[in-house]
Design a protein around this ligand. Structure first.
Ligand code: ADP
Ligand code: ASP
Ligand code: MG
Length: 405
């Protein structure tokens, strides 16, 4: 008998019929002799709707109250899924993140899990019930309700799977697995049977939103087997696995796209030690994650520093830069939210020359200008105009032979 954690995303519980379908699948999984714990997201686009509603009331988004508001979405789904299970004579009980013992730090809207104490979930399983846990939420060490950041139900599922010692964590979503590119952007993308944790981390970090980055980090650190699959077709999906030395690595496994970032340029700064340190310390102290960084070659000892941040961090990032601009001798701080990023990910890249050349040639043949470049040993990313991103992804997908025939 296996213990399976099944996480259902927003589309998977999008309406009453979807909720009944989920309950039937849970019941079937149990009938095959498994124990099941369920994690659910808010129905459909409900989290976005709640955010829009809050913005109508006030645009200030007070973090503690936003968390209280947003966690309502997952509460609705957990109760309905539990009721649907009851209607199939499957004993079940729903639990908020707090009741499930998910203890977080006090950072509202992007809290980190500090400890898992899922005693009530274990008790429910021992009684033969299916616990249905609200994803995306926890309770802080200050006893306030917190959320784990957008897409955070994936983290709930992985953390719960680890805490319960589950045999597998199944992520049910609206696609049949992890694809060689977002199937919404590249209709000829192919489903990958297996993806290594390293590749999945790079994909999640560069726009492959099928799994939240932090859930992949957590799963790798704790060796939680992850299976991404469809709640519409229920077929076998994609397994995220440790790379096996015997695996022949694809040079390029996937192309990702991301238009969620903006670029900031701090111009006219003197090219001397300490300038970048001061600037990025100010950003770090404001709690801002910086992604790609480029410093221009200096002319007459003056240079420009450009970097990207999440669009949602643009305002506080600009404020942090403006605050230190004078002190570091910068003459201007500007921003550009019309950028997008396209990335190639592949574990075989590290031993294959020519990948970068083919990427640049492909973009150039399409007349797409590259504005910034960054690399890791298994990824190359280029910043281009946002409106060129879809074309870039499709061209690269063909150029690297990934299109389904
Ligand atoms: P859920 O609500 O189930 O968590 P998400 O919207 O967060 O679903 O993630 C699923 C979506 O991720 C898919 O609908 C797909 O458009 C998108 N996606 C982006 N990149 C990929 C990829 N490489 N493979 C599969 N899906 C991807
Ligand atoms: N409902 C939350 C969101 O939309 C969490 C999740 O779906 O994982 O971000
Ligand atoms: Mg998601």
């Amino acid at each position: 008998m296996a213990l399976i954690v099944q996480k259902y995303g927003g589309t998977s519980v999008g309406d009453a019929e979807r909720i009944r379908a989920v309950a039937r699948h849970v019941a079937e999984t149990r009938a095959r002799g498994n124990e099941v714990a369920v994690v659910v997201s808010a129905m459909g686009q409900f989290t976005d709707e709640l955010i829009a509603l809050a913005d109508e009331v006030t645009p200030t988004r007070p973090a503690r109250e936003m968390d209280m508001l947003l966690t309502a979405g997952e509460r609705i789904s957990m109760a309905l899924v539990s009721m649907a299970l009851g209607a199939l004579d499957v004993g079940s009980a729903s639990f908020t993140g707090s009741q499930a013992g998910i203890i977080t730090d006090t950072t509202h809207m992007s809290a980190k899990i500090l400890e898992m104490r899922p005693d009530r979930i274990r008790e429910a399983l021992a009684l033969g019930l299916v616990p249905v846990v609200a994803g995306f939420q926890g309770v802080s060490t200050e006893r306030d309700i917190t959320t784990l950041g957008r897409g955070g139900s994936d983290v709930t599922a992985v953390a719960l799977a680890h805490a319960l010692g589950a045999d597998v964590c199944e992520i049910y979503t609206d696609v049949t697995g992890v694809f060689s590119a977002d199937p919404r952007v590249v209709p000829r993308a192919r489903r990958l049977e297996r993806v290594s944790f390293d590749e999945m981390l790079e994909m999640a970090a560069t726009g492959g939103r099928v799994l939240m980055l932090r859930s992949v980090e957590f799963a790798r650190r704790h060796g939680v087997p992850l299976h991404v699959r469809s709640s519409f077709t229920w077929e076998q999906g994609t397994w995220i696995v440790e790379e096996e030395p015997s695996m022949e690595e694809a040079i390029v496994s996937a192309i990702t796209d991301d238009t969620s970032e903006a670029k900031i340029t701090v111009g006219g700064v003197p090219d001397r030690p300490g300038v970048a340190a001061t600037l990025f310390r100010a950003l770090a102290d404001a709690g801002i994650n910086v992604d790609m960084i480029v410093q221009n070659v200096s002319a007459h000892n003056v240079t420009d520093i450009s970097f990207t941040v999440a669009k949602t961090d643009l305002e506080p990032a600009l404020a942090a830069c403006t605050k230190v601009a004078e002190g570091i001798g910068a003459t201007e701080v500007s921003s550009d939210d019309g950028i997008g990023r396209v990335s190639l990910v592949g574990a075989g890249m590290k031993s294959s020359p020519g990948v970068t050349a083919l990427m640049f040639e492909t973009l150039s043949a399409k007349g797409i200008n590259i504005e910034m470049i960054s690399t890791s040993s298994i990824r190359i990313s280029c910043v281009v105009r946002a409106e060129k991103v879809a074309d870039a992804v499709r061209s690269l997908h063909s150029a690297f032979g990934l299109d389904v025939p």
